[in-house]
Design a protein around this ligand. Structure first.
Ligand code: TRP
Ligand code: ZN
Length: 868
């Protein structure tokens, strides 16, 4: 490593020394040598006449101030220092870059045959020297010049203002974006595409052209993205009173992309995974993912672009809020309960795990070495839970008043999380003083509840105690303001009105102290409490429920989420007990009552199929692992599988009947149809563990008229290790080997193959014609799923899984550190495993640490993990 990477601290924020009001960019595009001319209007803000610009991997060709060459500068490791500048000046910088050699996919790079950019968080500095920080907002004018035959479409932010022909078969287009923006929202695309066009008229009558650019031949896969975009635009007007502010909205799908998608002003760039879909290539999950991500990026136009972040420590200002908005969008369009369940699964599984890992951080981090490492589940998903808690505390009307005030105060500027909370507080009159701790405190609080019924006094007392364990980077913890949603039921299932001190009280209790008791009056019988309804705060709940109470809540809770959660708590009790059984060499067992409770769910004629499917789904191996300080990988896997086998065997008739009844002749992506397929395929996943499994799965694969059913069959065959697995995998690969995106589902199944020889097969699969370590989607599908979703094979006692991970990481460290840094996460948690495994994982981390070209991304994580 050239220099030890330095950390930045939130507390060190300083306003920029200079502002840039306008920038005129010209790109002369060539594969290996692109010339970038940047002409900026700069004005000194503070004391200093020295301007330090960020820049990485650039070749400086010219530097001028007010049109004349400037000599008073020094090139730095990662930038340039320009001295003795006038107070107001025009700065011209010409740089040369090599897009073709850019495998990190940050800055300007080539994806397939097209040029594209990714500037968030700090990619613009790989294009030109600049004040690459989100609080410097400028108006952009961009001219793109390229070969006309190869790159008929030349795109950038804002409106197209001019175009023309150039020499040697080249042409140019000039774009102007009237909205000042930080550099991270800049985008450029040049390529040849098919375009799907539509129109949207905003509520105030603005005509907006909608354009989705996809690889040639893929037009028939762009319709769902377009429909989702129109739905998102309508929804943001209806629910948030926010409308679009340019005449054109473009979305470009590219195959090489480090993340999901990017909200560049007027020109979103998407991972093609979140655009392309038709019923032969995409599953229902893919369709819903597209809707969510298209929504997410569109919603950023207000929460992210119109109001952006002052500095990157404030990332959750835009991401937590925008995730909240996309979750609400999906919930308003589809099933609220199913959406909530899936969001909560992410928090309880991977987010809680992140909170407990060496990388734990508050939703607003205090210390960062590589910003790309902080696009995390904590900032995004827990960040959204924090917004959701404010929504719970303020109610929809109060929350919307807060949003309005937030935009009144901060539109067109770079704001902080504190600005957002203040707006919410001022607009609603609700104090969020203690609530602000959610922004600064990391870790997952445990909330322990105990109850006492006094039959004589007819009172029911809930004592709620909260405790947050120290995290890696923060030892001291304080009590948080936790909105704690409860309901009480009589034995008959009636709701008992909540009353304290002679007055009715709301369901949401304000828990603010380490220990607090709430006494409810007029409770005429021992009630059954439904606790933390809707997962009203991102905490771990502990309450000593009996099996009877949980099976009661599975049926009688008024709220679907609470019914699902009761089922999960019941399963959790048995999973924990059975892990102990297995460790003591005993059998896995479920009580008759538990089996009957799930039978009741399956037979219900009032529940939505989509919801039943969720009720029947066990917590994942990763979620269960999070319950332990020392994880017994094999015991957990054994128990989860045994419980599936027991339920499949005991409920075989009901599963079979449901499976056959839910067959649909035609494929539609209506929510009800998706729900029926989800339940049918959940049944199939269980039935795979019975004697009829192989025949059923094989038949479904053969008869499937859509990708959802195809993948469900393959996935069932894979998990249960059915005889037909190899034949189905071979057939699918023959059919789709030319299409990387479709093959990703196949690669993911290879990655999480539970068979003994999985790793050998994975190594062979890396030679598959559709595979390439250069493509992040392929890598995540095959390698990512092996590391994060194949616990038994990855943690094989031989250590072969760890050595394989080490090899891949050493390679990816050079080619694409951002992707490498996501792959490494499972290794950071090595302290959760037994001594032998710990030693083997640690050896791989030490090996990485010793590399002389270790990227900042991996440097930060490896060092944190190895610290004590
Ligand atoms: N802002 C993007 C989003 O929320 C995230 C993103 C896309 C990103 N590409 C990235 C973040 C590259 C860091 C690096 O959807
Ligand atoms: Zn986002």
């Amino acid at each position: 490593m050239a220099q030890t990477p330095q950390a930045k601290y939130r507390k060190d924020y300083k306003a920029p020394s200079h502002l840039i009001s306008d920038i005129e960019l010209t790109f002369d595009l060539h594969d290996t040598a692109t010339t970038v001319t940047a002409v900026s209007q700069v004005k000194q803000q503070g004391e200093t006449a020295t301007l330090t610009l960020d820049g990485e991997g650039l070749e400086l060709k010219a530097l001028q101030v007010n049109g004349t060459d400037w000599q008073d500068y020094t090139l730095l490791e990662a930038g340039i220092e320009i001295r003795a500048l006038p107070e107001v000046f025009e700065l011209t910088i010409i740089t040369l870059i090599n897009p073709e050699a850019n495998t990190a996919l940050e800055g300007l790079y080539k994806s397939g045959g097209a040029f594209c950019t990714q500037c968030e968080a700090e990619g613009f500095r790989r294009i030109t020297y600049y004040l690459d920080r989100p609080d410097v907002l400028a108006k952009y004018t961009t001219t793109v010049i390229a070969d006309k035959a190869q790159y008929p479409f030349l795109l950038s932010n804002g409106n197209k203002v001019e175009q023309g022909e150039a020499e040697q078969g080249r042409h140019w287009v000039k774009w102007q974006d009237p909205h000042p923006k930080p550099a991270y929202l800049f985008a450029l695309v040049a390529g040849d595409f098919d375009v799907l066009r539509d129109k949207f008229v905003t509520q105030s009558g603005r005509n907006v052209d909608l354009e989705i650019f996809v690889d040639k031949g893929n037009l028939d896969r762009a319709h769902h993205a377009m429909a989702s975009l129109i739905n998102a635009m309508k929804w943001d007007e209806t629910r948030f009173d926010l409308e679009y502010d340019l005449d054109i909205y473009m979305v470009v799908a590219v195959d090489f992309f480090n993340m999901g998608a990017m909200e560049n002003k007027g020109l979103n760039i998407f991972n093609s995974k979140y655009v392309l879909a038709n019923d032969q290539t995409a599953t229902d999950t893919d369709y819903l993912g597209i809707e969510a991500v298209i929504g997410h990026e569109y919603f950023h136009n207000w929460t992210g672009n119109r109001v952006t972040c002052r500095d990157w420590f404030q990332l959750s200002l835009k991401e937590g809020l925008t995730v909240f908005r996309d979750q609400e969008f999906s919930s308003d369009l589809g099933s609220r309960a199913v959406n909530r369940i899936n969001n909560v699964r992410i928090i309880r599984g991977p987010q809680f795990a992140e909170d407990a890992s060496p990388m734990s951080h508050p939703i607003r981090p205090d210390k960062v070495i590589e910003m790309n490492n902080f696009y995390t589940l904590t900032v995004y998903e827990k960040g959204s839970e924090v917004i959701r808690m404010m929504h719970t505390l303020l109610g929809e009307a109060g929350f919307q008043k807060g949003m309005k005030l937030y935009f009144e105060r901060h539109d067109g500027t770079a704001a902080t999380c504190e600005d957002f909370v203040s707006a919410m507080e001022d607009a609603s009159g609700v104090s969020l003083k203690q609530f602000r701790l959610w922004y600064s405190q990391s870790g997952t609080p445990t909330v322990k509840v105990s109850s006492e019924y006094d039959a004589n006094a007819q009172t029911y007392a809930l004592t709620i105690a909260q405790h947050t364990e120290p995290t890696h980077e923060q030892k001291e913890k304080q009590p948080l303001h936790i909105p704690f949603d409860v309901e009480l039921y009589s034995k008959k299932g009636d709701v008992i009105p909540l009353q304290c001190h002679g007055k009715p009280v709301a369901n949401v209790l304000n828990v603010t102290e380490a220990t607090q008791t709430f006494v409810f009056e007029n409770v005429v019988e021992q009630p059954i409490p439904s606790l933390l309804r809707e997962f009203s705060a991102p905490v771990k709940l502990e309450y000593n429920y009996s099996d009877e109470e949980l099976t009661f809540l599975m049926v009688h809770a008024t709220n679907e989420f609470a019914r699902w959660d009761a089922g999960q708590m019941l399963l959790a009790k048995y999973i924990r007990a059975n892990v102990e059984n297995v460790q003591q060499g005993k059998q896995v067992a479920l009580s008759e009552a538990v089996v009957d409770a799930f039978r009741g769910v399956l037979l219900s004629d009032v529940l939505e199929p989509a919801f039943v499917a969720e009720m029947l789904s066990l917590p994942s191996h990763n979620e269960v692992s999070g319950w332990y300080k020392r994880v017994d990988v094999d015991a957990i896997a054994q128990v989860l599988k045994a419980i599936k086998v027991i339920l499949a065997t005991e409920l075989q008739d009901e599963l079979s009947a449901t499976y056959h009844t839910l067959k649909q002749a035609d494929y539609t992506i209506e929510h009800a149809a998706i729900g029926r397929r989800a339940l049918r395929n959940t049944c199939l996943a269980y039935l795979a563990y019975t004697a009829q499994g192989n025949a059923l799965v094989n038949a479904q694969y053969t008869q499937a008229n859509n990708m959802t059913d195809t993948i469900a069959a393959m996935s069932a065959a894979n998990s249960a290790g059915l005889a037909c697995r190899e034949a189905l995998m071979a057939d699918y690969s023959d059919k789709w080997k030319h299409d990387g995106l479709v093959m990703d589902k196949w690669f993911a199944l290879q990655g999480c193959n539970p068979a003994d020889n999985a790793l050998d097969v994975i190594k062979q699969t890396m030679n598959h014609e559709a595979f390439s370590l250069k493509n992040p989607n392929r890598t995540r599908s095959l390698i990512g799923s092996f590391l994060s979703a194949n616990p038994v094979r990855f943690h094989a006692k031989s250590g072969e899984g760890y050595r394989f991970a080490g090899e891949i990481l050493r390679e990816m460290n050079s080619s694409n550190p951002q992707v490498a840094s996501r792959l490494i996460d499972p290794l950071l948690k090595f302290r959760l495993y037994d001594d032998e495994r710990q030693a083997m994982i640690k050896a791989e981390l030490e090996g990485l640490k010793a590399m002389d070209n270790l990227a900042r991304d991996l440097f930060e994580k490896v060092n944190k993990a190895l610290e004590n």
